[in-house]
Ligand binder design. Structure first.
Ligand SMILES: [Fe+2]
Length: 193
């Protein structure tokens, strides 16, 4: 895994976000802008997009044990991810296609369903960011809204280190994700008990 010697464009991203990410409250606009710069490097990312192809999944581009990690993510026509939180800061930037991103208000109790706060259509070279505890979201493709996107997702740390929550808005149920549990990939997957 290219952790010790990331490719130059990824190394440049990591250098650019080092200061903003180490602030007491991370400078998310600066982090989002740096991620947009990488998302615009279509020449560099073309090979990784080909590698991911038309599958619903993700490739880890930079995944150290601790600290910021970077993924390339793609979902298929009509696929939205499950509603979840991260417990770490997050930036998402679209490389190609159109990603639908929704942020939800954190309910008073985790057993209550979150309510929609805002919906953003994230086109190529645009970004959205999230800062806990205001980090409940889902994202993916909504049928009829452009092409399913390829997105870069940058998180402040490995979210799977933390206890998190995911929700199923259709049933109103929620589930605690224990450390190591990545949760459901798409909202249409049934939520385990
Ligand atoms: Fe997420």
């Amino acid at each position: 895994m290219a952790v010790a010697h990331p490719d130059a464009p990824i190394r440049e991203l990591l250098e650019r976000i080092a200061g903003p990410a180490s602030m007491p409250s991370p400078d998310l606009p600066a982090i989002g802008a740096a991620l947009v710069t990488l998302a615009g490097d279509v020449t560099y990312l073309a090979g990784r997009i080909r590698e991911l192809g038309d599958t619903s999944g993700m490739i880890r581009l930079h995944a150290p044990e601790r600290g910021p990690r970077l993924m390339l993510v793609h979902r298929l026509e009509g696929q939205m991810g499950a509603v979840h939180d991260h417990r770490v800061w997050v930036a998402l930037a679209t490389v190609a296609g159109l990603e639908t991103h929704r942020r939800y208000r954190r309910p008073a109790s985790p057993t209550d369903a979150p309510t929609l706060a805002e919906e953003t259509l994230v086109a190529a070279r645009e970004s959205v960011t999230l800062l806990p505890p205001d980090d409940i979201h889902d994202h993916g493709h909504v049928r009829g809204r452009g092409d399913p996107a390829y997105c870069l997702i940058l998180t402040g740390d490995d979210q799977r280190r933390f206890e998190r929550t995911e929700w199923d808005l259709a049933s109103g149920r929620s589930r605690i994700l224990r450390p190591g549990d990545g949760g459901r990939w798409v909202a249409a997957e049934p939520m385990p008990d």
